[in-house]
Write a protein that binds this ligand. Sequence first.
Ligand code: SF4
Length: 371
Amino acid sequence: MTPLYQGYVDERSIAHVKGWLRDVNDANARLAYEVVLPGDEAERVLASGRADGFSEILVQVGVGDGGYAFEAHFNPPLSEAERELVYVRPQGAAHRLELAPNLRTDPPGQGPYQGFVDACSTRHVAGWVRDLADGARRVVIDLLLPGAGGEVLLQRHVAAQTNDMLRKAGLGDGQNAFFVLFDRELSEVEREALIVRVHGSAHVVERSPRLNRKFHPLQCVRLDIVNNCNLRCPFCVYDYTETFRTNVMEEATFQAALRLIPYVPDGNFWLSCLHEATLHPRLMEFIALVPREYRRKLFFTTNLAKRQKREFFEALAGSGLDHINISLESFDKDVYERMRKGARQGIFLENLALLLEVFGQTSGRRVFAII
Ligand code: SF4
């Protein structure tokens, strides 16, 4: 059967070509190819080989078993004018492979860039990238999805957001971060295939080994479900002198705040920020209002000074929350009761023993002490 050639040259630089080639009429064949530089008098074959390399991207876009990729390098490098003439053909055939619409022409591995994709969900991508040769330059990134005819541009963005952690880590001036919301929600396959490439370059921004695949545009949600504390510690950052009664959050307010819970990382939806959450008579009911899959995002701090029943700790241990913090200054009774004004150490220790016993029987719950 007459071969029906299909393929593209995806990259063509002064030093290499890269692409894929197959015969649609014989999907099992691995075709030989030649890289050709035409000349005035005679053509020159710069490289040749077999297009049998595996490409996950080809599989994802439905090109057979994906085993049709090729990559060839030549040395010494060509001039840019010569590069423009280079083509790839199946060996012994007149067919010339088409150039991909997003053909890249810079040599691989020569981009002076540094960065990582730190998060990539179906709704966003975030990370940082900087130009090592020019720290003041803001790098433009292309978000690309592989397609049968080459990479398809999804969005273009300038990596110029502030991330002070980068500066503190000595990674430039800290103005190299990016956080891009996609115009449409991607499928999970697309999320895995997404390429973040420095615009006009072959440099692909690497995915962090600790890549976060969840959509967490909010770092933290901090609530106080009450406005009061049962203690009056002398060092407290909050002035309770004008607080004469305990106001509690209403369920409707809590439900409204819960709309944000999908968007925070685990342990970062706080039920207490300044005050004592256990003063809310419906604390456990509020926790039960949180959909089970989001309970691991919950956290609160308690002074553990209010006597609690075993059932309270059992409900807490079985609730699915991420962790709780316990505040204490000292196991010395005098110091504790002076610093935790209004608390009795005996009650605190009873609570603590009960909590540790109950939590010890329930795997996966975490307790931290703030001392
Ligand atoms: S337990 Fe915490 S919130 Fe309450 S008075 Fe002491 S420091 Fe302030």
